[in-house]
Design a protein around this ligand. Structure first.
Ligand SMILES: *Cc1c(COP(=O)(O)O)cnc(C)c1O
Length: 337
């Protein structure tokens, strides 16, 4: 039995999800005529109390569309140095929007309003204009760390006061919400745009959604077209998203509890010097006396897959296809290395 912990993107659709997909009514979404895509967009916009939503093939696309909406040449986005938008989107901030980036540091991948305040450029001929702050929740590189709404509020107020847009890379926002008990609508009220991945913990084969105002989402639809993301009978995919919102949100807690146990198991290995605090479904282990390559090779010999996440770091992500039986088996196998 393969134990694949590289990412929560490795899941296969469940039988119930497949049934929902194959029975979905569809139409041409580029004409705005796919009833299932429209239903997903309306459902998720309502959930977050936001005006509109746009279904896209990937979270990279939803983030990059948002960056395009809120920046441009000679403009700047402020984000943490470990942000997905900066590290893992192929240099898209520059390639797609010709914008500049200001990178901040901060514990577990998080930044504060005070740091943002210091980083907003003055109205000066030498400086790019700060037009966007982008946050990530949960924070992948921070080990799935969580921002609470209380931490967001001062950043939101600051951005409002300065006329700066606030975007959330909420690829795993639902992982945070099931832990804090905060509502999607509370989050919707504090951001101009939010990107949500359906293909991570929620278990869909494809898909992300961008949330925003009617005006922004109308513009976003044009940007999606030029990025090549206008899809036709995409309702088959959107149906998976609707199914996931109905069936796969609360269960994220199970992934979190398995991640905590997995972290405890790993922490007992002599080569593991530290486990980042496990808040959600991501476990990052720091190694000592071995390299990620060597450690991952030993794991691979036991049919366990993980990813290198830094010069002495390895990441494990729990998900829908990692059950209690996999967790027990993981414990047995790492006992042998
Ligand atoms: C996965 C992920 C994305 C989007 O990735 P895609 O693979 O393009 O869907 C964006 N942000 C974070 C934090 C992610 O983990």
């Amino acid at each position: 039995m393969l134990i694949d912990l590289r990412s929560d993107t490795v899941t296969r659709p469940t039988p119930g999800m497949k049934e929902a997909m194959f029975s979905a009514p569809v139409g041409d979404d580029v004409f705005g005529e796919d009833p299932t895509v429209n239903a997903l967009e309306e459902k998720i916009a309502n959930l977050f109390g936001m005006e509109a939503a746009l279904f896209c093939p990937s979270g990279t696309m939803t983030n990059q569309i948002a960056i395009r909406l809120h920046t441009g040449p000679q403009r700047e986005v402020i984000c943490h140095q470990y942000s997905h938008i900066y590290l893992y989107e192929g240099g898209g901030i520059m390639a797609n929007s010709l914008a500049s980036v200001k990178l901040l540091t901060g514990d577990l991948g998080k930044i504060t309003a005070a740091q943002v305040a210091e980083s907003i450029n003055p109205d000066d001929v030498h400086a790019p204009e700060t037009t966007l702050v982008s946050l990530e929740n949960t924070m992948n590189k921070g080990g799935g760390s969580i921002y609470t709404l209380e931490e967001i509020k001062p950043i939101h107020s600051l951005c409002k006061e300065k006329g700066i847009k606030l975007h959330l890379d909420g690829a795993r926002l639902f992982n945070a919400l099931v832990e804090t008990g905060e509502s999607p609508a509370d989050w919707g009220a504090h951001f101009d745009t939010i990107s949500i991945c359906l293909s991570k913990g929620l278990g869909c084969p494809i898909g992300s959604v961008l949330l925003g105002s009617k005006v922004d989402i109308k513009r976003a639809r044009k940007v999606r077209k030029v990025f090549g993301g206008g899809m036709r009978q995409a309702g088959f995919l959107a149906a998976a998203g609707i199914y996931a919102l109905d069936h796969h949100v609360e269960r994220l807690k199970e992934d979190h509890s398995r991640a905590r146990t997995l972290g405890e198991m790993l922490s007992k290995l002599p080569v593991v010097s530290e486990i980042f605090p496990v808040s959600t479904n991501i476990v990052i282990a720091r190694l000592e006396g071995t390299t990620p390559e060597e450690f991952m090779k030993k794991l691979a010999e036991q049919d366990i897959k993980s990813v290198k996440f830094g010069k002495d770091l390895v990441r494990f992500v729990t998900h829908l296809d990692f059950g209690d039986e996999h967790l027990e088996e993981f414990g047995r196998r790492i006992g042998k290395i």
